[in-house]
Design a protein around this ligand. Structure first.
Ligand SMILES: *[C@@H]1O[C@H](CO)[C@@H](O)[C@H](O)[C@H]1NC(C)=O
Ligand SMILES: *[C@@H]1O[C@H](CO)[C@@H](O)[C@H](O)[C@H]1NC(C)=O
Length: 276
């Protein structure tokens, strides 16, 4: 009798393990629990080792189109045909989530989308890296916002905005109380009510476009990157608040630059006559 029960239990466990393995979606999602890797350059879980930590993270080491990169100005191809960034966002309920190395603002219902080359990518979440991950002509800025979008067939498009220290960023200002609240708790996720993604200011039509990857494991490739050309501003205090809120003992969460490997980087610049 006992033997039968344990055999039964055993098959149940096998069944559930198989179910979990088979049902994990093949999408471009970033991991939600970041405790398995870190940004310690010399550590065992540092950026140079990410690809060895799990088989499904191998692109972090073997990938040939990884992000971030330097958007070196003289190698950039200036084009006008890419067209203006088509954003159609709408207010949506969101939560602030401490993922271990960053704060993620995650949308719980439809927050609208962007359209790139005929494909619609829906806004899923945004999070911040400090200092910036991408560099401009070798120059690293103080903060980089990533707005992560996903198409129906699971491809990702990320819009990046870089900030240097200066005047406060109004969007972060509107999140200050919630960020302070989550800093003081060990809660991993708190609802923050309705957030309007249109409040994230871009302030420029020009942007860089290239094909890269997620900058955290699993480092999934074929991510369409759009980096806004204009560098915006943020206060030191706002950058600090985003860092202390995550309670890790690192001061940074920026992945080192990756090889460009013959990729082209385009810079969209509107034609004079489109420039209204
Ligand atoms: C946000 O959630 C509240 C409470 O569930 C709901 O009443 C409201 O309609 C939601 N707003 C949006 C924009 O989804
Ligand atoms: C845009 O889409 C077309 C058709 O799907 C495709 O052939 C082309 O390569 C795409 N261009 C870029 C830059 O992705």
């Amino acid at each position: 009798m006992e033997k039968k029960i344990s055999t039964y239990l055993f098959s149940c466990i096998i069944f559930f393990v198989a179910l979990v393995l088979l049902s994990s979606p093949v999408t471009s999602q970033e991991v939600e629990d970041e405790s398995e890797f870190d940004y310690n350059k010399y550590g065992e879980r540092g950026p140079d080792r990410w690809g060895e930590l799990k088989p499904e993270w191998s692109a972090c080491s073997n990938g040939k189109m990884q992000s971030p990169i330097d958007l070196l100005n003289e190698r950039v191809e200036v084009v006008s045909y890419l067209g203006r960034l088509k954003r159609s966002y709408k207010p949506s309920n969101a939560t602030l989530k401490n993922r271990g190395h960053d704060m993620m603002l995650s949308f719980k219902s439809e927050a609208g989308s962007i359209e790139i080359n005929g494909t619609e990518y829906e806004l899923k979440q945004m999070h911040w890296h400090s200092p910036s991950e991408h560099t401009l002509d070798g120059f690293r800025f103080d903060l980089e916002l990533h707005m992560v979008h996903e198409s129906q067939d699971g491809r990702a498009a990320v819009v990046g905005i870089m900030y240097k220290i200066g005047r406060p960023d109004s969007f972060l200002l509107s999140l200050r109380d919630q960020l302070e609240k989550i800093t003081g708790t060990s809660e991993k996720e708190t609802p923050v009510g309705v957030i309007d993604p249109r409040e994230v200011k871009i302030g420029s039509r020009k942007y860089y476009r290239y094909l890269g990857s997620l900058t955290t494991p699993p480092c999934t490739e074929n991510v369409v990157w759009t980096i806004v050309r204009k560098v915006r501003t943020v206060t030191k205090e706002q950058v600090r608040l985003l860092r202390v809120a995550v309670h890790d003992d690192s001061n940074t969460n920026a992945r080192p630059r990756q090889p460009i490997n013959m990729r082209t980087v385009q810079l969209y610049r509107p034609n004079e006559k489109e420039n209204y």
